[in-house]
Design a protein around this ligand. Structure first.
Ligand SMILES: [Zn+2]
Ligand SMILES: [Zn+2]
Length: 161
């Protein structure tokens, strides 16, 4: 059941505000076609304030935790994404309420990091055998020209950040 909050009563009188605890209701979040299971979903405190008759301002900060694979070694990482909502909503007969799940997931997507690493020192996977180099050294010869290229590319990506 989606957490749609009816604002028709709250939007009647300017200056009236209410705090509500919101628990994020979706089990997973999808970022560009990849689904990330939600580990922690609140509750978070949000303020709903009638700024003028028919209009409600929603304000709050939240941090959702999702499980995501490390970009280098693919191990699961708990990734905490802090986002905030600061939004004015017009309450009309067509839109009498707000779907908080939708609002929170939208802000989440905008705050989602472009790079997820289990640690800054993550050694990644061996390009020869696929072994996770954080767990053990496999002894492969990784000094082929291709690999030097990808290291250079990595350094370039870092410096251009
Ligand atoms: Zn990693
Ligand atoms: Zn290897």
């Amino acid at each position: 059941m989606r957490d749609v909050i009816d604002l028709t009563r709250l939007c009647q009188e300017e200056g009236v505000s209410e705090e509500k605890e919101i628990t994020f209701g979706m089990k997973e979040l999808t970022v560009v076609g990849v689904s990330y299971p939600v580990v922690e979903a609140g509750p978070f405190l949000f303020t709903f304030e009638c700024v003028k008759k028919g209009s409600v301002h929603i304000e709050g900060r939240y941090d959702l935790k999702v499980t995501a694979p490390c970009d280098r070694c693919l191990d699961d990482v708990t990734c905490e994404v802090t986002a905030s909502v600061s939004e004015d909503l017009d309450v009309t007969p067509d839109t009498p309420g707000v779907d908080m799940d939708e609002l929170l997931s939208r802000e989440f997507l905008m705050s989602f990091p472009s790079k997820i690493l289990c640690s800054e020192e993550c050694k990644g996977l061996c390009p020869v055998c696929g072994n996770n180099l954080n767990h053990k050294e496999c002894g492969c010869d990784r000094h082929s020209p291709d690999i030097r290229m990808s290291a250079a590319l990595d350094a370039f990506m870092k410096s251009s950040k």
